[in-house]
Design a protein. Structure first.
Length: 159
């Protein structure tokens, strides 16, 4: 099962954030539409800004699943971009990962990272929800700290 959460430019004029992942906590991250090409996303610009996404795979019914994968797409650019830590904070486990939005080439392009997830059962033996936090770090290789998330894809692997 795969759930794709994105900020869809095809919905501009409607609600482009309809298909966005559920945000259960946010500090400093804001929905942005920064260009004439409608490059929508969720951006944090200061160290300490963070957002927690929750994905719920309860729709798979009684099937047992223990593993999944998070694919996070983010903007990279040659100026003003920073680094972020991605970590699992509830319902699942994963290796803490860092993403870096700064590149040397004078362009702005999407990059992605795939993070394997180990899902944990709740008190009833079900594993349905997973919370992932993205936090803007103080370290940067540019003059800025901006982290712009473009898409979140959550895949569940059934037993």
């Amino acid at each position: 099962m795969s759930s794709c959460f994105r900020w869809d430019s095809g919905l501009v004029g409607k609600n482009p954030f309809d298909k966005a992942a559920k945000i259960v906590e946010s500090s400093g991250f804001e929905a942005v539409d920064e260009t004439a090409n409608h490059k929508l996303g969720l951006a944090g610009t200061k160290p300490g800004n963070h957002v927690v996404f929750e994905v719920d795979a309860g729709d798979v019914g009684d099937d047992k699943w223990k593993e999944g994968q998070l694919t996070l797409m983010y903007l990279t650019s040659f100026e003003h971009m920073g680094r972020a830590r991605v970590e699992c904070v509830g319902g699942c486990g994963c290796d803490t990962t860092e993403i870096d939005g700064h590149i040397k080439a004078q362009q702005s392009v999407m990059a992605s990272v795939m993070i394997p997830l180990q899902l944990h059962d709740d008190e009833l033996g079900r594993a349905h929800k997973c919370q992932v936090r993205v936090s803007v770090l103080d370290e940067t290789e540019s003059e800025g700290h901006k982290v712009k998330l473009l898409q979140v894809v959550f895949d569940v692997f059934l037993d």
